[in-house]
Design a protein around this ligand. Structure first.
Ligand code: 5GP
Length: 113
């Protein structure tokens, strides 16, 4: 499997604005923000799509959501609200083949499909 853009960011082969990192995951600012706050939370384990998740990945998926909600609280957008999005494959709008969760906040978001 080739390294994804996000794996290259984890390996410091390409730059990114890193917001948080631990042994399991990384949080960066999206290079093309769609809202005043647009972060990407992804596991260090390169999992290509949501379809590839197994029961062994339960902890990391849980950790991705809990990290997103923790950051939303730290950024004080938890009361006004925010959106978490995970896209899968082409119809879902996935462009980076490494699962990730978008955290969008800072403006009123419309429901778009
Ligand atoms: P997807 O469309 O796969 O759900 O989301 C991928 C996201 O990654 C997009 O919002 C895109 O702007 C972002 N992205 C793609 N390449 C890079 C990069 O090299 N650096 C950063 N920070 N974000 C990226």
């Amino acid at each position: 499997m080739h390294d994804s853009i996000f794996t290259k960011i984890i390996k410091r082969e390409i730059p990114a604005e890193i917001v948080f990192e631990d042994a399991d995951l990384m949080v960066i600012k999206d290079i093309n923000p769609l809202a005043p706050i647009h972060l990407l939370i992804f596991p260090k384990k390169q999992i290509t799509t949501l379809n590839d998740l197994t029961i062994e990945d339960s902890n990391i998926i849980s950790k991705i959501i809990l990290t997103a909600t923790k950051i939303a609280k730290e950024l004080k957008v938890d009361e006004k609200g925010y959106r978490l999005i995970m896209n899968c494959n082409s119809d879902g709008g996935q462009t980076v083949p490494h699962i990730h969760c978008h955290l969008l906040a800072g403006r009123k978001l419309k429901l778009e499909a």
